[in-house]
Design a protein. Structure first.
Length: 282
């Protein structure tokens, strides 16, 4: 069976013959941490041998709308407080939506237009947006805390979902959204300290996980080696990076599903990605 080998472009994990590799950047990260997904690069590295299940389709549609909650909330906060960082991060969240939309288009799945600010078809998305906007309307300080809280929830959601994602194309997108959420949490926490003199306390994440993020550097997101491929990683100590050799992963030992040609599609454990995605957001 043919296989795809995923390796890092970092010297410590590169192959001996990787000098011939070309690479594309999947993230665009500003010096202060505002993180956009490079959608044009993303399209070039999807594995077209992987199909999409009905559960995965539902998940991607929910994921795009979940990112829109962030985008629309930060746009609304910009309208309230005229702070440039809200506008810039809202723009980055638009790229996160485009990343998910790119994957949906790759699989021929139509998705909503999403042009009306703060209006959602899904009742849970609408309730979440309304609730967070009402909190942030109190003051700029509360708006920043609310934004940090939303990024916390995204980090927790994505981190919990990743072990159960078997489609490598979805995993690639979610891993990069996770990096963006961690960077944006760093941005909001830093701004809170600078503008309000407030030390943000985590609401969703445990203290150890939160401190590991806040005390680490902004994640630049590595390149994707187009010759050998790269197993998407989170960029933080303890994140799982699965490097594939022949038919198994060097890190977790998992076996590629034999019936899936040219893939790093692993047998998943635990519940499938599905309708539980939105629970616990507020």
């Amino acid at each position: 069976m043919a296989c795809v080998m995923f390796v890092s472009c970092d010297k410590s994990e590169s192959l001996k013959d990787s000098s011939s590799s070309s690479s594309v950047s999947l993230l665009s990260v500003s010096t202060d941490g505002v993180t956009s997904v490079a959608t044009s690069s993303l399209k070039s590295v999807f594995n077209d041998s992987l199909t999409l299940t009905s559960d995965e389709k539902s998940f991607l549609l929910a994921l795009r709308e979940d990112e829109r909650v962030s985008r629309d909330l930060y746009k609304s906060f910009y309208n309230l407080y005229s702070k440039d960082y809200f506008k810039r991060i809202a723009g980055a969240e638009s790229s996160h939506m485009r990343a998910v939309g790119t994957l949906l288009t790759f699989y021929g799945v139509a998705y909503p237009d999403s042009t009306t600010l703060g209006v959602f078809d899904n009742a849970e998305d609408q309730a979440l947006y309304n609730d967070l906007l009402a909190k942030g309307d109190d003051s700029l300080t509360v708006a920043l805390k609310t934004a940090a809280y939303l990024e916390e929830t995204n980090i927790a959601d994505y981190t919990a979902l990743i072990p159960n994602i078997s489609n490598e194309n979805i995993l690639l997108v979610v891993n990069n959204l996770l990096k963006g959420s961690r960077n944006h949490l760093r941005v909001f926490v830093r701004i809170l300290a600078k503008e309000s003199g407030i030390t943000y306390a985590p609401v969703v994440l445990d203290t150890v996980s939160y401190n590991a993020i806040i005390q680490s550097a902004i994640e630049k997101g590595g390149d994707f080696c187009t010759t050998h491929g790269k197993h998407p990683n989170h960029g933080m100590p303890g994140d799982s990076t699965r490097i594939v050799v022949k038919d198994s992963c060097l890190v977790c030992g998992g076996k590629i599903i034999p019936s899936v040609k040219d893939s790093t599609h692993f047998q998943s454990e635990g519940p499938k990605v599905g309708s539980k995605f939105r629970k616990g957001k507020r």
